[in-house]
Design a protein around this ligand. Sequence first.
Ligand SMILES: *Cc1c(COP(=O)(O)O)cnc(C)c1O
Length: 372
Amino acid sequence: MLCMTSILPVTSVPEVRAAVAGLPAYVAGKSAQTAVTAALASNESHFPPLPSVVEAIAAEAGRIHRYPSMGAVEAREAIARHHGVTADEVAAGPGSSGVLQQIISAVCGHGDEVVFAWRSFEAYPILAAVAGAVSIRVPLQADEHHDLDAMAAAITDRTRLVILCSPNNPTGVSVSASALEQFLQSVPPRVLVVLDEAYIEFQRGPGVDALDFYRRYPNLCILRTFSKAYGLAGLRIGYAIARPHIAEGLRRTAIPFGVNRMAQAAAVASLAAGDEIRERTEAVAMERTRVIEALRGYGWDVPDSQANFYWLRASDELREQLLAALGEADILARGYAVDGVRITLADADTNNRVLAVLADRARFVPGSGTAR
Ligand SMILES: *Cc1c(COP(=O)(O)O)cnc(C)c1O
């Protein structure tokens, strides 16, 4: 009898979809893999976990033979109380990247379009492609702001989702309330607009009151994370606030039990420690002002950042020089081909080490690349 394998071509092996094979790999900062003394490539909190949060995590560790709450019920209730919404308007996931994956699979079918600014968070095009959706990248303006007019104009009949990132990763620049108002007025109500506020706790001065916008625009979805200001990057929990039918859709597309017990408990404990978190974000915001002013004094062109990092737009040549000079000082920053270098803020001593490397502007090639 003929063996089946003998009639198959020898190259016949399982293949991943072309859309997946063509994806860039998500380049995580190297903090965990290498022993650099200043890991400034992932926008993590440089503060150790709060004692009350560690305690909550330790208590849950004794219960990990049991599944966590499927719907992350207590965490969602705490999040809802924190924002003055109901728990049925909250969907949690393993990091806000996980929630964003749920959002895209809940609202986008094959070939549907997702509009976002570029450069922005590198997970956006990856998550869109995995879902079979099409990324529409709208270049940032020369001053690094979202070009909201161009983004509104990019919306077609196939557009299901627009993602705004404010403060934007990697540039740190925020969308203003007036610009958001005008944008939401012009977006068809059937298009879901996700406002990714991963760094919003670091925002100072006038910004967007997302909850106010959310109450007035039913097609707005707020995306938040515990990974940055709350310092829970290693635990993986984030959430969306959306109208109940959307939030329900997100929960349906979630991996069952995707948010683990310790993450759920840590989120509840973190929200109860608001004052301590606020002290920490205040320290970062003060360092941000000091560092950016110093850099501008040295002759660097640095946009106003509202996040826990700052941005140096740079040509490929300047980027390579910067990363090499920082690397020699045992500092790891994040480089982006064509666009520039992003550096996470940390404690004053570490920030000063970066300033020492950048103090002599003339040591580096002039200009900052503007290719978009
Ligand atoms: C870090 C980040 C996130 C979320 O990260 P998670 O750890 O998955 O919660 C989301 N959006 C932006 C813009 C980020 O920089």
